[in-house]
Design a protein around this ligand. Structure first.
Ligand SMILES: Nc1ncnc2c1ncn2[C@@H]1O[C@H](COP(=O)(O)OP(=O)(O)OP(=O)(O)O)[C@@H](O)[C@H]1O
Ligand SMILES: [Mg+2]
Length: 275
């Protein structure tokens, strides 16, 4: 679905921010991108819909070079929806409903179609009707985040890219939002790419993990492949999952053997059997 080949990029101050990044994302993947602050995660995802253009290398969407001659980059922005890290940069309209309708209207929907799409997206993310005519800036941090996600969902994208969607939400809000993403992926067949600082969230929800370190793609694999390389992750200032460390400790003490758990669910399963 999305393919990066030797993609490099630097902002105007010339510092290399991405260095020769190569990976593929398959249709239906739930990809987690992790990495230390400043490692290039936000820069990387802004290339997925052509918002930023690489200095060198190629980005393909469904096999086509998105910076190739005649490629419809405007349409790509509707097909690959990017939700920014900070909702304040994304929201701008006077009311919630107008904000969410903006994308659909831009795509060419009529006022009524856009209104329907917006209402549906807002209800999906759990924003109630009494908020529709409020200014998005009157909302709480979590609600702003949901409205910014609704604004992208209303365009019915093929890929939904989210930059730290659960940052700043309380634990229940986090869980609800992650469950919602899982549901959208399964029911609407949308590919999801999520930048996250939570190893747990990535291990629990994603099937594909990319690990960025100082502008390089250091690890690329399944959660099991990535989170079993705790030493490498620690060298990058990251860590494996809590479940991984608990199970290694139990292994050291001879209590469990040949265990491959990286999530709490898997660890519980293993321990339940032992008990
Ligand atoms: N608009 C910009 N102009 C110049 N440099 C930038 C700009 N945006 C980011 N950078 C620099 O590029 C590098 C990568 O930044 P980026 O925001 O992609 O990292 P990140 O992994 O998303 O970090 P975080 O976890 O803090 O969100 C950093 O050194 C950052 O200072
Ligand atoms: Mg970032």
């Amino acid at each position: 679905m999305i393919e990066f080949e030797n993609v490099s990029y630097g902002y105007e101050d010339n510092k290399k921010v991405l260095e020769s990044i190569t990976f593929k994302i398959e249709d239906g993947d739930f990809v987690g991108i992790i990495g230390h602050t400043g490692s290039g995660k936000s820069t990387l995802i802004q290339m997925m819909n052509g918002l930023l253009k690489p200095d060198s290398g190629t980005i393909r969407f469904r096999g086509e070079n998105i910076f190739g001659n005649g490629y419809n980059l405007r349409e790509l922005k509707f097909r690959v929806g990017v939700v920014f890290q900070y909702p304040d940069y994304q929201l701008f309209e006077t009311t919630v409903i107008k904000d969410v309708m903006y994308g659909p209207m831009n795509m060419g929907m009529t006022q009524n179609e856009a209104m329907d799409a917006a209402k549906q997206a807002l209800s999906l993310v759990g924003i109630s009707e009494d908020k529709f005519n409020k200014s998005p800036f009157e909302l709480s941090g979590g609600e702003k985040k949901k409205v910014s996600i609704a604004g992208i969902l209303a365009m019915n994208p093929e890929v939904l890219v989210l930059d730290e969607p659960v940052a700043g939400l309380e634990p229940e809000g986090r869980r609800n939002l992650l469950k919602l993403l899982e549901k959208i992926r399964n029911e609407n067949h949308i590919t999801i790419v999520m930048v996250s600082h939570s190893m747990e969230n990535v291990a629990d929800y994603c099937n594909h993990v990319l690990v960025m370190n100082e502008g390089k793609l250091e690890l690329n694999g399944t959660p099991e492949e990535v989170f079993r390389q705790a030493d490498k992750l620690e060298k990058m200032g990251l860590s494996s999952t809590v479940a991984y460390y608990i199970m290694r400790e139990l292994e050291k003490r001879g209590i469990v053997h040949d265990d491959r758990s990286i999530t709490m669910k898997e660890a519980y399963g293993c321990l339940e059997k032992l008990l």
